[in-house]
Structures are given as C-alpha cells and as structure tokens.
Design a protein around this ligand. Structure first.
Ligand SMILES: [Zn+2]
Ligand SMILES: [Zn+2]
Length: 764
C-alpha cells in the first residue's frame, strides 16, 4: 500500500453511505490494536504516517489519542461483531456497494475485519468479496479467494469467469469456463455472456462457435444477454452473416442487442445495412441511447450521405443528446468526415462546455485531412487556451500534417511539445515523428528519433522502412526489415508496401519479387491490391514492361488506378507507345478524371513527335473537363515558404532569379547537359523548349535558394508533382557545378543530389 494518510481521509470522507456499519470504526480497529493476520490484505500506512524526527511531539500526541480511541473502539467492535454475525445480507450489500463504487481500501478493511473477528466464512460472502476484488481490478486477490474456497457453487464459478474477462485475462476466462463444465456445473446466462465476451476479445471465432453450440444445447442462445453477446462476438470476428442469424433469432431485443448489430455492421464496413437496421429499429419500441446514436452517426462519414447525416443531427437534437459529450464528439467527427468543417466547428461553439480533448482532436484531424493546416493550428492554440491537455492523437494528427507538407519548423516545435508532455514513447506519436523528419528530408534526425524509442513496435519499424523507401535507400530499408524480424516484430501489410516501394525505387527487382512471393507463405500476410500495384511499379521501373503487362493480366483482381498510372509512367519512360495506350484506355475507364494519365499519354506522343495525337489528348481533357494539376515547388528561405509555379515569375526577385537560371544553364551545359526537349509536349522550336524546361518550378525554387541561402547549407525543395526527366538530370549537374547538396521531394519520393549524382540512381 502506498496511499498517504490524506488520501485515505479524503476517500473516507466521500465514501458511499452504509448506514448499518460505522466503517471508520472498523478501519481504525484494524489499523490499530488488531495486528493483521493476512498481511498482504492490510494497510501499513499508520506506521509511516509520522516518520519525521522533527515531529516527535506530534507523534506522542497522536499515540496518546490513539490509545484512548483504541479502548473505545474495542468495546464498539465487540458489539459490532455480534451485530454483524446476524446480518450476512447487510454485509453482502456493503461489499457490493464498495465494489460498485470501487472503494478497494474500504473493501479490504472489511475483509480484514471479517477475518480478525473470526466471522465464519461462507460461500455467500466469499462470492461477494471475490466480485468486489475483481471489480476493483485486484485479480490476484480474487483468484486466491477462489482457489482457497473449500466449496464452490455456480455463483463462484461465474464470478471468477467474469473476473478474468473483466480484467482482460481472456484465455483464463475460457479455461475456467471449461473447468466449470468439467466440474459438472451447468453455466447460466452470465457465465455464457462473460466467456463469449472473452472469445470476442480474443477474436477466437472457433471457440466462440463451440460455446454457441453449448448455449443452444442448454437453451440460452436466444436469451437477451447471451444473444447480444453472441451477435457482438460474431461481428467483431468479422462473421457478419452469423451475427445477423443470431440477432434475427432473438425473440426479444433491447437497445444493447440492436446496438451490437448496428455497430457490428458499421465496423465491418456494411454501412448501408447499418442504416437499414437502424430504420427497422425505429419502428420497434426500443429506447434510443447514446451508444446507438454514436453507432449510427459513424456510418454517415464513410457513406458520404450528407443529407442523412443532417437528419440524424436533427434527430439527436430532438432527443436532447446534442450536449451529450460522446454523441457531440461523434457528430463532430461525422461532419469532419463529410468534409463540412463549418458545421463541425460550429458544434464546438454551440457546445463549448460539453467538449473535451476528443472533440478538439476530431476537429484538428478534420482540418488536417481537408488540408486546412492553419485552421488545425488555430484549434490547437484554442485548446491550449482552454487549458485542455493535448493527447497522443492530437499530436499524431498535427505532426502528420507537418510530414505531408514538409513543414519542418512546425514539426520540430511539436516534437519539443511531445517531449514536454511525455508522449515521446507512445508508439503512434513516435512513429509519426520518425516519418515527419524523414519526409522533411532529415534522414539523420529520423534515425535519431527512432533510436530514442525504447520499445519500437511494428508501426515504428514500418515508419523507418518507409523513410528509407522514400529516400530511395532500398538496401537500408531491407536491413531495417531484417532487424525488425530479429526483434521478433511480425511484419504486417504496411511493412510490405514500404518494403516493396523501397525495392522499386532502388531498382532491386529480384529482392522485391522474392519478398512479394514470400509474403503469404513465410510471413502469413495476404497480398492486397496495393502490394500488386507495387510489383507492377517494380517491374515497370526496371523496364520489364512485358512482364508487368502479364502480371496485370494474371492478378486475382482488377488493377487499380494507381497500378495503371505507374505502368503508364513506365511506358512513357521506356517509350512504349502501344502499352502506353492500353494503360491509358484502362485508366480512363477506372478513373476518367485522372489528369496524370492524360498528361503521361500526351508525353508519350510528344516523344514520338505525334503532335496531332498530343493535340487530341489535350482537346479530350478540355472536353471532358479534366483539370491538369498545376506543378509548383516551394522552398523555406528566411523562415518563409516561397512558392513557385511553372514559368511563374511574379516573385519580387524575378530579375535576380532569371539571371541565376541563365547562369546555371550555361554552367551545366559546359559539363555536358543536353536538354531533353522530347519531354516538352508542345510543337515548338528547340530554344523555346529549352527555355520552358529551364523554367520548371523546381529549378526556379533552386535558383532562388542558391541566391538567398547561406553557402554550404543544403537546399530542400518540395514539389507537388513528379520531377521530370530533364530537370532530374539538370539538377544532378547543378549540385556538381554549385558544390551544393540539393534535396528534392517530389510527390513520390526524395532525391538527394550530391556532386553530380542522385540517391535514386535514376529509378523513380
Ligand atoms: Zn522539369
Ligand atoms: Zn533522383
């Protein structure tokens, strides 16, 4: 026991009133004149309360008054014992009260009192004590009581099973249930409910089914508790059909059973079915509670059903649940997922008293997801103003936005705050910090952040593999993967996406294919469409276009837009017009508004100098209203972000930049730069094409950084599109002639240009 005296006084001061027993007397007796019999069950706090030498006087006074109290208590105690013996029921009631209000120390004192007073132990009271310890999270005491019981009845077994289940010892709950059956005790609905909950937490549908059979046999499967738990178990294990069958067979349903079904549909992605169920439920006489409302509000986001979402909001208001904190938060989350940030933030204003960190974090996450970073930070400042402590989710959202936009300065500040709030060891926060430094181009910082994590889990390892993949360091990513295995961390689906990407960006064809082929057989991870896309990318980048095409044909499912897009990019790189057209046709069917596909196809035609085809692609884009994403690059100089578009030179320093660009062009031509005019998809003369290439946004950004940034400092430029072939070779030479390290992050990866070569080794 480590509680201080003050804490105890406070606890007793607020204890639940139990009129029949003066609990404070019991406590004093046990702590005073009656030495503990069962040592671990007793508090020793009275011996340590006055440990200071300077407080001798105080101690003497306390001892004197203690003696007086003691004499008085011994008398009362004797009376009390007599009284207690007659009142087993009263005692049981008190123990129950302690259990409900989780007053563990009072419960322990009463238990001690029963032992010291020689109160005859009965199965009835022991069962109550067992439950009390279980509810207070003291599984050890509960188990010991159970073990020492000379006789057990159904209640004892049930109490022990639910004790294990409540305290997350699910396997033990199942074993105890089996032991009870072997012992000859027939389980009741509570034992069934607890053991089914354990199966659902373990996601063990096989054992769950056996218990379902047993429940059927003894006639409990349609009982309200058992049925609801069975439906819940099946849906949590992903067996939604079985869940549905159990639910339909239940003769009577209450809000809990409806909720387990609606929630089950929603969690398994059957959002429409969840809505249908909810409508059906409204026609029956069911009390609608906050859990039901939260479950149904959750389906509107993924379904993108804005109108239903709004109607549900009115329904919530009508029922008076708008101020309910969990319903309010789910509503806010719904609006964020529906992209209506105005309504989401309005909720914060309407219900400012009923908000907590979850509400603020939902809103921050909503702004981050809809790319309104400044607003996300405004909410963060407001949260601090309200003196609400940010949590790991708040930081994860904000740092993710810094990673996505490579805003290093903000990222560093948030990292400092994470340390202040002691959240640096949280697996989500720490993995996102590793990712953020990686995406901001600082590989060393990323590694340092990883090394500071005491127990990295699969998320953190995945982050690090992802960082190496992004920087095109395939061999290093493989090393990290091997280390992860040595640390006994099981790779998951994301691990393989990152690993395959790393192989793809480094041209490690053999390694990549071998990892893909061993995913399921060795590591038990079933490849999904994303993994297949990575392989298409891997084959395409390595120039194996025929193999890539065959691979697409042999896939167990249709290739997605990402896969076709990367195949098309490879066709463009290797000038394969026919396969390029095939890819472009497929892409148009899957994703008609994909501007990247049209641009790539027109580039293929341009390379072949088929200007008529180029024109027709452009016309088609115009007719079909496909908007080409405008390329832009940005660079941090003097703590400000400077954004540059293609040929867009409205910057105040236009003249200087122009001069620098010309100077750079002259210098790189001297060391062997030959402009790749084929990549300009317009029918223009040579000089014009060179001029256009020289004014690609990333080059303008680099020129500006070279003028303004101190000598020796690496230049970090970010671009929203993929860097073109010509700029890639030009920047390689720029790094050489200027003697500068240039880091370019395009929309797919990092390029580290040093002394005339790039870390991607031209695979990107
Ligand atoms: Zn370019
Ligand atoms: Zn590169």
């Amino acid at each position: 026991m480590t509680e201080s005296r003050c804490t105890n006084h406070r606890q007793f001061g607020t204890s639940v009133a139990c009129p029949s027993v003066p609990v404070h007397l019991l406590r004093s007796i046990v702590a005073g004149s009656h030495p503990p019999i069962d040592a671990p069950l007793f508090s020793t706090r009275s011996q340590t309360a006055y440990g200071d030498d300077d407080e001798k006087d105080k101690r003497a006074t306390a001892e004197r008054s203690g003696e007086r109290r003691e004499a008085k208590f011994v008398m009362t105690f004797q009376m009390l014992t007599k009284h207690l013996q007659k009142h087993s029921n009263t005692l049981a009631h008190i123990i129950q009260t302690y259990a409900q209000s989780k007053q563990l120390s009072n419960g322990k004192l009463l238990h001690a009192q029963l032992i010291t007073s020689g109160y005859p132990s009965s199965m009835y009271l022991t069962n109550h004590l067992l439950s009390m310890y279980a509810r207070c999270g003291q599984l050890g005491y509960a188990h010991r009581l159970f073990d020492e019981m000379p006789q057990r009845n159904l209640v004892s077994w049930t109490a022990m099973i639910s004790a294990f289940s409540q305290n997350s010892e699910f396997a033990k709950a199942i074993t105890t249930f089996c032991e009870m059956c072997v012992f000859g005790e027939s389980p009741n609905q509570f034992a069934f409910s607890s053991v089914i909950q354990a199966c659902s937490s373990l996601k063990s549908v096989q054992i769950g089914k056996q218990i379902h059979c047993l429940a059927l046999k003894v006639g409990f499967s349609h009982e309200l508790f058992v049925g609801s738990n069975l439906a819940d178990m099946y849906s949590k294990c992903g067996s939604i059909i079985e869940a549905c069958m159990v639910f339909e067979e239940m003769p009577s349903k209450d809000e809990v059973s409806w909720n387990s079904m609606i929630n089950g549909y929603a969690k398994n992605g059957y959002n429409e079915e969840a809505l249908v169920s909810f409508k059906k439920m409204l026609t029956e006489d069911v009390t609608i509670d906050q859990h039901l409302l939260c479950s149904i509000l959750c389906v509107c986001g993924p379904l993108k059903t804005y109108n239903i979402g709004r109607s549900l909001h009115s329904f919530v208001t009508k029922l008076g649940f708008e101020q309910h904190i969990s319903v309010g938060n789910t509503l806010m989350d719904m609006y964020c997922k529906l992209g209506d940030m105005d309504s989401a933030s309005e909720l914060l204003n309407i219900n400012s008293k009923g908000t907590n960190i979850i509400s603020y974090t939902s809103l921050i996450d909503g702004y981050v997801e809809s790319d309104q970073i400044e607003k996300a930070f405004v909410i963060f400042i407001e949260l601090k103003r309200q003196k609400i402590e940010p949590n790991e989710f708040t930081f994860s959202s904000l740092i993710k936005s810094c990673a996505n936009h490579a805003t290093l300065e903000q990222g560093v500040q948030l990292h400092a705050l994470v340390l202040k709030y002691n959240l640096d060891q949280d697996p989500f926060v720490s993995s996102i910090i590793v990712d953020m430094y990686g995406k901001c181009g600082l590989l060393d910082h990323s590694l340092q952040a990883f090394e500071k994590i005491s127990k990295p889990n699969e998320y953190t390892w995945n982050s690090l593999i992802g960082v190496f993949a992004h920087h095109g360091l395939g061999h290093k990513a493989i090393d990290v993967f091997e280390k992860m295995l040595l640390h006994d961390i099981k790779p998951n689906s994301v691990t393989f996406i990152n690993l395959l990407n790393a192989c793809s960006h480094s041209g490690l064809l053999t390694e990549g294919l071998s990892y893909f082929n061993s995913m399921e057989t060795i590591y038990g991870v079933k490849p999904k469409s994303e993994h297949y896309s990575c392989v298409i990318d891997l084959l395409g980048r390595s120039g194996k276009l025929k193999e890539a095409e065959n691979f697409i044909k042999s896939m167990p499912f249709e290739a997605n837009a990402y896969a076709w897009c990367s195949f098309l990019a490879s066709c463009r790189k290797y000038g394969d017009k026919e396969r390029g057209e095939l890819a472009s046709k497929s892409l148009k069917i899957i994703d008609p508004l994909n501007s990247g596909a049209h641009v790539l196809l027109s580039n293929i035609y341009a390379k072949e100098q088929q200007w008529e085809d180029v024109k027709s692609v452009r016309k088609m884009m115009k007719d079909e209203n496909v908007k080409k994403l405008k390329g832009c690059s940005w660079v941090d100089v003097d703590k400000r972000v400077h954004v540059f578009g293609v040929e867009d030179l409205c910057h105040g320093d236009k003249k200087e930049i122009d001069l620098k660009l010309d100077e750079l062009l002259r210098k790189i031509i001297k060391v062997g730069y030959v402009p790749d005019v084929d990549s300009v998809p317009f029918d223009l003369d040579y000089d014009m094409k060179v001029k256009i290439l020289n004014h690609h946004s990333e080059r303008i950004a680099i020129a500006y950084a070279l003028i303004r940034m101190p000598i020796g400092k690496p230049i970090i430029v970010k671009k929203n599109l993929r860097v073109c072939v010509d700029c890639h070779s030009a920047i390689k030479l720029m790094s050489k002639v200027e003697g500068r390290e240039i880091i370019l992050r395009d929309n797919s990866r990092f390029h580290h240009f040093v002394d005339g070569s790039c870390s991607c080794k031209d695979f990107w």
